[in-house]
Design a protein. Structure first.
Length: 110
């Protein structure tokens, strides 16, 4: 069990509001082997703190895993919005679009 961070959301909020959105990106050919709640909280930590991916605390999943999911979730879809934007709105993050890390992706401020 890892320590709680101010950027965390509850597992209940994740399962009821966020997971159904992010599940759309998962390939259903094999069972999930990673706890997406922990990955999502790792992404929230980076978005909230502004730290570099490699500086993600070690009690989250590996930084590379969180980064790979962030890339997958933050790619805009046909609607022009990413799954990450939808998930952030569902869990209560206020939206102020601004470019992050020069990738052309946008994040929301909390």
């Amino acid at each position: 069990m890892r320590k709680q961070y101010p950027s965390d959301i509850s597992r209940e909020v994740f399962m009821t509001k966020v997971w159904p959105v992010l599940e759309q990106a998962r390939k259903k050919t094999k069972p999930a082997t990673i706890d997406l709640y922990e990955v999502f909280c790792g992404v929230l930590y980076v978005l909230k703190s502004g730290c570099q991916w490699r500086m993600l605390p070690s009690d989250f999943p590996k930084w590379r895993t969180c980064y790979d999911y962030w890339q997958k979730w933050s790619t805009p879809g046909v609607s022009g919005h990413s799954l990450l934007e939808e998930a952030l709105k569902k869990c209560g993050w206020r939206h102020k679009a601004k470019p992050w890390a020069g990738h052309g992706h946008y994040i929301s401020d909390h």
